[in-house]
Every structure is written in C-alpha cells, then in structure tokens.
Design a protein around this ligand. Structure first.
Ligand code: NAD
Ligand code: DAU
Length: 352
C-alpha cells in the first residue's frame, strides 16, 4: 500500500485516479478531511475498486494517522493535503498554519515512529514524499532567471509561508533523524477536477454562465502552467528514483501572463460553445482590485528532474488547455456538484 493524503482534492484526486489506472498498481489508503476543496465525486470511478481505501480524517490527528500506518503498513506516504488557495489564506490564515504546518509536523512524527519500527529491508524502502509549491521561492522580476532548487526561500503570502515552513520541517526530519524524505516544488497546475476558485476553472465556468471574468490588477502577472497529469507522472518518478533528502522542481516550461491565459480560454470557448449573441467571451473580461501582496512572476527551471530522473512534461499549454476546457464542457454533473452553497458564499466574499 501507499498512504496518500488530500487525495480527494484536485492534484491528489488526479494522482489517485492515474495511479489506479495501472492494473498492477499497489493499493492506496486515501486520508482526506473533506474540506470545501475535497470532493468524493472526483473519486467516483474508483468507488468500487478494492485497491482504494478512503478514510475521512485530519492529517493532524495523531491517533488516526498512527492507526492507519499500523493497519495498512504503507511503503510510502505522499502528502498532498493542504489548504491551497492564496486568496483564502489572505482572508483567514489560521487554517493554513494548522493544516500545512502542524498537520505536516504530525505526519512526520507519526511517519518517523512507524518507520523506526520497520525491519531493515522495509526501512530502507520507505519514502515520505512532500508535495510543495514554487511559491516558496517568492516573486521574480521579468528578467530574473527561473527558480532552481537552490533559490533561497522568500515566501510572501500566508499560504506560501505555511508551505515554506512545512518544507523546512521535512528537510530537518531528514537531516536530524535520517527520515527518508523527498520534496517536490511544483508550478501552477491545471486540468480536470480543478475547484473553480482557481483562475482557470473559474474563468471557464464564469464565461459559460455569462458572468464577469475577473482579472486582478493589470493581468500581467506570470505563472508557469503544468497539466495536472504531468505533475502526477513527475511525482511517480521522484518517488521511484528520487535521491533521499533532495528537492525537485517540477514545471511545464509554459510561462504565461494571466490576461493571455484568460484570452486563450475565451478563444477556445468561442470555437467550442459560441455565445448566443455571436460576440466573444473576451467581452466578459473585467479588471478588478489586485490581490494583496500579489507575486508578479513565478517560473520553474525543471532541468534537474529532466537530467537526473529523465522526466519532462508531455502536454504543451495549447494541448492541455484545450483538453481542460473540453473536460469542463463534458462534465456538467461534476461541475454542478461542486458549485454548492459554500462555494457561492466564497465568490460573494471575494468578488463582492
Ligand atoms: P486542493 O485544495 O484542491 O486539495 C487539498 C485536499 O486536502 C482537499 O481534498 C482537502 O479536503 C484536503 N485537506 C485539507 N486539509 C486537510 C487536513 N487537515 N487533513 C486531511 N486532508 C486535508 O489542493 P491541490 O491544488 O490539489 O494541491 C495539493 C497539494 O499540491 C498542496 O499541498 C498544494 O500546496 C500543492 N501544490 C498545488 C499546486 C496547484 O497549482 N494547485 C501547485 C503546486 C503545489
Ligand atoms: O504556483 C503554484 C501555486 O499555484 C499553488 O501552490 C497554489 O496552491 C495554487 O492555488 C496556485 O496559486 P496561484 O495564486 O498562482 O493560483 P490562482 O489560480 O489563485 O491564481 C493564478 C493567477 O491568476 C494569480 O496571479 C492570481 C490571478 N487571478 C486569480 C483569480 C482566482 C486573477 O487574476 N483573478 C482571479 O479571479
């Protein structure tokens, strides 16, 4: 078995589905608290798969995590569970500290106690993979080189600060206790099952619903976009071949300004689902108040993982965004399930 945390969320959910597509794959214990971002509908297709054991619970629950490790004897823990949305961290940072820092601390401690008791062969094979973000490196100017694994940590938001803190704990557990950790720092993901508080799914759904497409500030902030299944394949490579204690940057080599991402989505929708009045969805673009402390540019140099683990992304932005828009058009039932009351409350709070 492997223990996956946060496997009902966007990336964790995609990881579970991709992993179980392989008929000979080991089973997964999936521990997820089912916050607003956790969605069991994402896991519908593996509902009856005996290799998938779903457990609702908190990564910060010491008794629960210890019991799951003892019962299922996983050979690895992959930690996706987190509060992940920067805007929410600005409105209410407490949960970010609790889950991202305290929760990771608890997983490390439970994992270390479990690992200490394993026999030598299992001990040598065990891995703790921590899934982190490029945001820990801070913000780049237009001319700065992309982030490498040796960039200093300069987190700017409550979210990125909490992720940076968790990365430091993971690093220290390796250095101090020899706990066998791996860390990956990834750029912006997009693709199926993405919760529509994030830019790409928000724009797709707002466009289709005739609502404004909100662009923060001048829309010239740059992100490096990675199709989610590419992130999942990179994590599998790091888990299988990564060097203990190392960090690996994962990115798509797809730097785009936000305004260009939104215009591309509008163009695709103009082709696939034209507006009744014949005008472009781009007419719905609206510039709104900027995010507090908004980081200007992120860019990932993913050459270490290419060189050492022979991984590179399969999707370009053009192919990935086309698939993503099509997925949202093809999956109205999942979308309807997600657009719940609590999500509508969030939109009201954030965009007034
Ligand atoms: P998400 O918000 O979609 O999902 C997070 C999942 O974690 C949810 O299912 C939620 O219910 C669960 N969760 C939250 N708190 C929990 C707790 N205390 N105990 C157990 N489960 C809990 O997030 P995501 O976008 O899938 O991101 C997954 C991971 O990848 C996060 O660690 C995030 O920091 C990192 N990451 C995300 C991106 C991105 O672009 N989305 C990029 C780089 C790194
Ligand atoms: O870089 C990796 C990070 O990417 C992950 O660690 C985070 O978990 C993930 O949420 C994501 O963070 P961002 O803040 O970059 O993603 P978001 O989709 O919220 O915003 C992308 C860009 O679009 C950002 O510059 C803010 C802008 N934006 C976002 C929203 C929701 C808008 O202009 N309008 C919006 O309505």
């Amino acid at each position: 078995m492997i223990l996956v945390t946060g496997g009902a969320g966007f990336i964790g959910g995609n990881f579970v589905l991709d992993w179980l597509k392989e008929p000979k794959a080991e089973g997964i214990v999936n521990l997820d608290k089912l916050t607003y971002a956790g969605n069991l509908a994402t896991l519908d297709s593996v509902r009856n798969d005996p290799r998938h054991v779903f457990v609702q619970g908190d990564i910060g629950d010491h008794a629960l995590v210890s019991r799951l490790l003892k019962e299922h004897q996983p050979r690895a823990i992959i930690n996706f569970a987190a509060e992940s949305h920067v805007d929410r961290s600005i409105h209410g940072p407490a949960e970010f500290v609790q889950t991202n820092i305290d929760g990771t601390f608890n997983l490390l401690e439970c994992g270390r106690a479990y690992w200490n008791d394993l026999d030598e062969v299992k001990k040598a094979a065990f891995r703790f993979h921590h899934v982190s973000t490029d945001e820990v490196y801070g913000s780049l100017s237009a001319s700065d080189p992309a982030f490498t694994e040796t960039n200093p940590y300069e987190p700017n938001s409550p979210y990125s600060a909490s992720k940076a803190a968790s990365d430091h704990l993971v690093r220290a557990w390796f250095h101090t206790y020899g706990f066998p950790v791996l860390t990956s720092n990834c750029s912006n993901n997009y693709g199926p099952y993405h919760f529509p508080e994030k830019l790409i799914p928000l724009v797709i759904l707002n466009a289709l619903n005739g609502k404004p497409l909100p662009i923060y500030g001048d829309g010239q902030q740059v992100r490096d976009w990675l199709f989610v299944s590419d992130h999942c394949s990179a994590i599998r490579e790091v888990l299988a071949k990564g060097k203990l204690g190392e960090t690996y940057n994962i990115g798509g080599w797809n730097e785009k300004a936000n305004i260009d991402v939104v215009k591309t989505i509008c163009q695709i929708l103009d082709g696939l689902r034209p507006r009744a009045d014949g005008k472009s969805y781009a007419e719905q673009i609206t510039f709104v108040k900027d995010r507090l402390g908004h980081d200007r540019r992120y860019a990932i140099d993913a050459s270490k993982i290419a060189r050492e683990l022979d991984w590179k992304p399969k999707e370009t932005f053009d192919s990935g965004i086309q698939k993503t828009v099509q997925w949202y058009l093809d999956n109205p039932v999942w979308v309807e399930g997600v657009v719940s009351g609590s999500y509508r409350d969030w939109l009201q709070k954030q965009y007034n």
